[in-house]
Design a protein around this ligand. Structure first.
Ligand SMILES: CC(C)(COP(=O)(O)OP(=O)(O)OC[C@H]1O[C@@H](n2cnc3c(N)ncnc32)[C@H](O)[C@@H]1OP(=O)(O)O)[C@@H](O)C(=O)NCCC(=O)NCCS
Length: 373
């Protein structure tokens, strides 16, 4: 088996920011207008009144202060409440491939690799813009990479599950180097008219290059000591949008087809699962909790991360031990733990160990234990 390293990482931020205050102002204006327009139906009990949102609640309940938007136009327009993303011709680069290329190029430059060095591209995220051709094949074509490209959807764990696939392919010798990209274009799947979830997601793109240790020339590289993925079925986080809606005579974009969740249950069920998963994985590679210097955790909710870190460490984590990035980025589906890694890894010393871990819909949990070289 080949020894596998992470040799490059790339983070790309969209140009537009939406603060909690802006989002709440738009949602509340929408809700007031909705309640006025449907006053009779609300009074008769036929429709539920839209409750008001609050920026203070969002920050306190989630830790989120703002989010990035690939395209901001339309999201805050109370006559629209969704981004206005122009349709591109089939000959043009697709939106998601564009996002993917931004972070892929940064990751390849940091690994010192060109398209000739890479044999596989995995685009792995919560949603893809189309079914086929795969976004990964479009990206592969743009980067001049020969070999294989495919898309993978595993909601919040898409990135870690793809990293495990990349690791296994390199370890087994079926690829020299693999580019894993997470173009998380989440904003089109957010129900901006739903108070409980309008604040949760942001857009971003992340990427990593994995390769054999003997080809690595990168300044910052991390040996993968072990990786593990785990799934347990749950209905608590769902997005039902899909191609079958066309045959079901329902509005494909109705509220129940967009992201929705039972946030409390997710919180209660996923925290212990994620902590146990990491404990088992760290033990399996022969390390102890005290030997882990950094925890690059999934970024859905600051309170979740603190609870998980407390369960692992038996105390509150120092901010640099388990960095939080969701205040700036919100929940970016599978990219959260990779953003945390991108922003907080260069200060580690050779021999320092860390854990990348995602958790979310499915339920799905994925982790990698890594050591700086
Ligand atoms: C989503 C989440 C932040 C909500 O926080 P919470 O503390 O569980 O909040 P609740 O939904 O229980 O709501 C608490 C109260 O605030 C209210 N509330 C909910 N959203 C609100 C908003 N935007 N503004 C103001 N009040 C709000 C609720 O109606 C409720 O009021 P009540 O007590 O009178 O019924 C939290 O459950 C969470 O992060 N869960 C983790 C799951 C997750 O993020 N998954 C994403 C995919 S991985």
């Amino acid at each position: 088996m080949n020894q596998v390293v992470i040799s490059g990482a790339g983070l790309w931020r969209p140009a537009h920011v939406i603060t909690n205050e802006e989002l709440v102002e738009a949602y509340n204006a929408y809700a007031v207008r909705f309640n006025e327009e449907h006053a009779e139906a609300i009074a008769s009990g036929e429709l539920a009144e839209k409750p008001l949102s609050s920026a203070e609640f969002i920050e306190k309940a989630s830790g989120i202060r703002q989010r990035y938007a690939y395209i901001k136009e339309g999201i805050l327009d109370i006559g629209r409440m969704r981004p206005k993303i122009p349709r591109r011709r089939e000959e043009e680069l697709s939106h998601q491939a564009e996002l993917a290329l931004h972070s892929a190029r940064i990751a390849m430059a940091s690994a010192g690799k060109t398209g000739d060095d890479i044999d596989m591209v995995i685009v792995s995220c919560a949603y893809t813009e189309r079914s086929y051709p795969a976004i990964a094949i479009e990206v592969q074509n743009e980067l001049g990479i020969t070999g294989t490209g495919f898309d993978m959807l595993v909601a919040c764990s898409a990135a870690t599950f793809a990293l495990q696939r990349a690791h296994d392919a390199i370890a087994a010798g079926s690829a020299r180097a693999v580019l894993v990209i997470n173009p998380e274009l989440t904003s089109p799947q957010v129900n901006y008219t739903d108070r409980d979830s309008h604040f949760i997601f942001g857009d971003v793109s992340t990427a990593m290059v994995l390769e054999r240790a003997d080809t690595c020339t990168s300044v910052h590289s991390y040996e993968i000591l072990g990786s593990r993925s785990q799934t347990v079925y749950s209905n608590n986080i769902r997005s039902n949008f899909g191609y079958v809606a066309y045959a079901q005579d329902v509005d494909p974009f109705c509220a129940e087809n967009l992201f929705h969740q039972n946030g409390r249950s997710v919180f209660k069920e996923v925290c212990p699962m994620a902590a146990d998963h990491m404990l088992g994985q760290i033990d399996a590679v022969g390390l102890s909790i005290a030997e882990i210097r950094r925890w690059w955790l999934h970024q859905a909710n600051i309170n979740m991360n603190q609870l998980i870190a407390r369960r692992l460490l038996g105390r509150d984590p120092d901010p640099e031990e388990a960095p939080i990035v969701l205040d700036e980025f919100a929940n970016t589906a599978s990219a959260g733990s990779i953003i945390a890694f991108c922003l907080h890894h260069e200060d580690l010393d050779a021999g320092d160990c860390g854990v990348i871990c995602s958790f979310g819909a499915g339920y799905s949990i994925g982790s990698l234990v890594i050591r700086k070289r």
